[in-house]
Design a protein around this ligand. Structure first.
Ligand SMILES: O=C(O)CCC(=O)C(=O)O
Length: 295
């Protein structure tokens, strides 16, 4: 793991790019180049590269890279055996409701369930929000109401009880549950009143637990670079990667930008994140000029 410290699910040892193997620095440089070609809007070069090794039978299940502080572009280069990468609509975005019964307050994506009705409800909610300033508690109650309108009678709600989510304490590992204000302070947005008990009845459980449809499948072969761009990719879609040549190892080097303002003081690296000096230009590397003793 090179660059910014990685702490998602588990914290792993990180080291500076200076100390990284040349191959990792080259991969970062190529991925910066690929991201520039694809996005035409890539203000922050990648500040983190991690290497995943897929040994016999391993795969990475559905997940999103939607941590707070992550730049909108994530890129990877594949080495070794081929793999299939599949994207599907996240459950909440597909059904329009969260597991605790809240209406999903994001513009519904084409192809989701109840698209037309949800779009109307979403538009209605936006005008309500423009008219009154809902407090977080009021907004949560309104989202519950809309969730119940969308799936009437599906939820058995327990009493409202204030509780805090222990995951919030996991700092960067759960940055998606935190909100960073303009001064870089991290606010706990989960520490709101939520139904203590919220059960979906078994018939509806099957309905609202149905996974979202697959929307994209990519074959990743040795040397392929893949770029995901736009925060909406991580917000609406989940992805998984399954190697498809059993017995042959596969490695993926993934590069991301992490906004340093979102990293807690104690998690900050004790080394500098130096700029990419490989300057890959699509044909080869043009290493940045080294300072000389002359002049
Ligand atoms: O193995 C890959 O190509 C990508 C892995 C991945 O999805 C991730 O690191 O988030």
């Amino acid at each position: 793991m090179q660059g910014m410290p990685y702490k998602f699910i588990a914290r792993v040892a990180s080291q500076s790019f200076e100390a990284a193997p040349q191959a990792v620095k080259h991969a970062r440089s190529r991925l910066n180049w690929a991201a520039r070609q694809v996005t035409h809007d890539f203000p922050n070069e990648f500040s983190e590269v991690y290497v995943l090794a897929y040994m016999d039978g391993s795969k990475i299940g559905y997940h999103t890279d939607d941590e707070v502080g992550l730049g909108p572009t994530v890129a990877s280069v594949s080495l070794g055996s081929a793999a299939e990468m599949t994207f599907r609509m996240g459950e909440k975005h597909y059904h329009g409701i969260t597991p605790t019964g809240l209406f999903c307050d994001d513009l519904p994506m084409t192809g989701c369930l109840h698209h037309e009705r949800r779009t109307e409800m979403f538009d209605q909610l936006q005008s309500e929000k423009a008219e009154h300033k809902y407090s977080p508690g009021q907004l949560r109650r309104r989202l519950l109401e809309l969730g119940t309108q969308l799936y009437p009678g599906d939820y058995e709600k327990g009493p409202m009880k204030k509780r805090s989510n222990p995951l919030v304490l996991a700092r960067r590992g759960s940055r998606a549950r935190q909100q960073v204000d303009g001064d870089g302070n991290i606010a706990d947005v989960e520490n709101l009143a939520v139904p203590q008990k919220c059960q979906i009845t078994s018939k509806k459980q099957r309905e609202v637990k149905t996974r979202g449809p697959e929307v994209l499948k990519l074959k990743l072969r040795h040397g392929d670079m893949m770029v995901m761009h736009g925060a909406a990719v991580q917000k609406y879609l989940e992805h998984e990667v399954t190697p498809c040549e059993p017995g042959k190892p596969r490695f993926a080097l993934t590069a991301r930008y992490i906004d340093p303002a979102t990293i807690l003081h104690e998690d900050k690296p004790d080394y500098e994140i130096l700029p990419d000096d490989g300057l890959y230009d699509g044909t080869g590397y043009r290493h940045a000029a080294q300072p000389t003793m002359q002049g």
